[in-house]
Design a protein around this ligand. Structure first.
Ligand code: SF4
Length: 427
């Protein structure tokens, strides 16, 4: 196969990753198999050795079987992969080989990204990601050729096709704001304010240089404008939308685990959980997320948790580290091609930015939830790390996040200051 697109290094400087073998990805993900993966697994003869078929079919797709706790059937007690241990790296399904690298093609290049579902990525441990572009390219060539083919039709807003340079200017202005000296909560508020302004603007005739000028005006106004627009607490309907969004970003039904309920019961349980999130308030207990263990917390307890304080030196250091993590995550989400276009369900850039605001609010809320589960009054760096890992699992790989329900949520939250209100108070 010819290489159609050059793969660009991740623009986020200093992002690191080396696998440290924690095995978390093998407990977190449902691994979908391609025909070549299925052939390899069958050839390896696991069926007889495991006394069960390691491949299961669900809605016409093939997946690796999971154990009752949701872990991959090939995950060994020491955290290693049995397929890798016995047959080598290239014998694993291509999705496992690729993780946590991601490659998102556009019309002229493919952008390398990384998933923050990986513990080493979140903790920024290992080799510079930019030194690993060829590794990602080799894996993509071997098993994900579609990520190296050009895609057309990248849109800026609604059905308005992006002109050359427009997305680049959007990215540049966003990143400059994200890297500015303002406190994290102000920078997040600024992103929400921009997302709201662009979502309700009529952009049909704002093209090329006029688009760039519009962005300059908006971003240059942020520092002066934001203090003039105090943020009200979110309304009950906005809270319901945020909690629904968190459900969508954390839902992990594990329909393929051994001992999982029937398909019908899975759907019924899922509807129940969805309702519990949407209507959750007061002393009702927050439904468990994924295969988590440990304490629980009520919705009221979560909303009472405050952002990390900076009263003591150690807290100030934690706050600084949270700021650095969220800045790195935001940049990697935008510059890694994971916020719109092929890396985010083919969405236009303006809707993608609004979705990024909701995802950021979800991380903040889940971090508060982690603190509430351990009866702490404010969040710590570990809470935020856990929240980023949990929420980023679904980024770009949960088809339901690319559908109408999420678009309707965005259409609702870009009005009445909704994005700013649901994003406020977490960091
Ligand atoms: S989560 Fe990251 S560090 Fe842990 S096993 Fe998976 S790839 Fe390796």
């Amino acid at each position: 196969m010819n290489i159609a697109l050059p793969v660009l290094a991740l623009a986020t400087p200093g992002q690191r990753y080396t696998c440290h073998g924690c095995g978390n990805c093998c407990r977190d993900f449902t691994v979908q198999l391609r025909p070549k993966d299925v052939a390899r697994i069958v050839e390896q003869g696991w069926m007889a050795r495991l006394a069960t078929n390691p491949i299961v079919s669900f809605r016409g797709q093939h997946y690796l079987r999971q154990r009752a706790d949701g872990a991959c059937i090939f995950l060994m007690g020491d955290g290693r992969c049995q397929v890798h241990a016995e047959y080598g790296f290239e014998a694993k399904p291509i999705a496992c080989q690729m993780f946590p690298y991601m490659v998102a093609p556009s019309h002229a290049t493919a952008q390398m990204g990384v998933s923050f579902a990986c513990q080493s990525v979140v903790e920024n441990k290992g080799k510079l990601v930019n030194e690993q572009v060829n590794d990602a390219l080799r894996i993509a060539l071997r098993g994900l050729p579609e990520t190296l083919r050009p895609v057309t039709g990248l849109t800026l807003a609604h059905k308005r096709l992006a002109e050359p340079g427009e997305i680049e200017w959007f990215t540049k202005r966003l990143v400059a704001w994200i890297e500015s000296d303002s406190p994290l909560r102000i920078r997040l508020d600024g992103i929400a304010w921009i997302a709201q302004a662009l979502a309700v603007a009529r952009l049909t005739r704002v093209r090329g240089a006029r688009w760039n000028e519009l962005l300059d005006v908006l971003f240059d106004a942020l520092a002066a404008e934001l203090p003039l627009h105090p943020i009200a607490p979110p309304s009950p309907r906005q809270i319901a939308q945020l909690q629904s969004a968190i459900f969508s970003r954390t839902e992990d039904p594990k329909p393929l685990a051994q001992g999982a309920p029937s398909r019908l019961m899975s759907i019924v349980n899922q509807l129940r959980r969805s309702r519990a999130w949407r209507t959750g308030r007061g002393t009702r207990v927050v439904p468990a997320m994924g295969s988590q263990s440990g304490g629980s917390a009520s919705f009221a307890q979560v909303w009472r948790v405050t952002a990390a304080s900076d009263t003591h030196e150690s807290e100030a250091q934690a706050r600084e580290a949270i700021d650095a993590l969220m800045t790195r995550w935001l940049r990697a989400s935008i510059e890694g091609g994971r916020s719109w276009g092929s890396g985010y369900y083919g969405w236009n850039a303006v809707d993608g930015l609004a979705a990024l605001c909701i995802t950021t609010a979800s991380i903040g809320w889940v971090a508060r939830y982690e603190a509430a589960r351990e009866a702490r009054a404010s969040v710590t760096l570990d809470d935020v790390r856990r929240a980023v890992r949990r929420i980023d699992r679904t980024a770009g790989r949960a088809p339901w996040l690319g559908r109408t329900s999420e678009r309707l949520r965005i259409a609702f939250l870009v009005r009445d200051d909704g994005l700013r209100r649901v994003l406020h108070g977490h960091f």
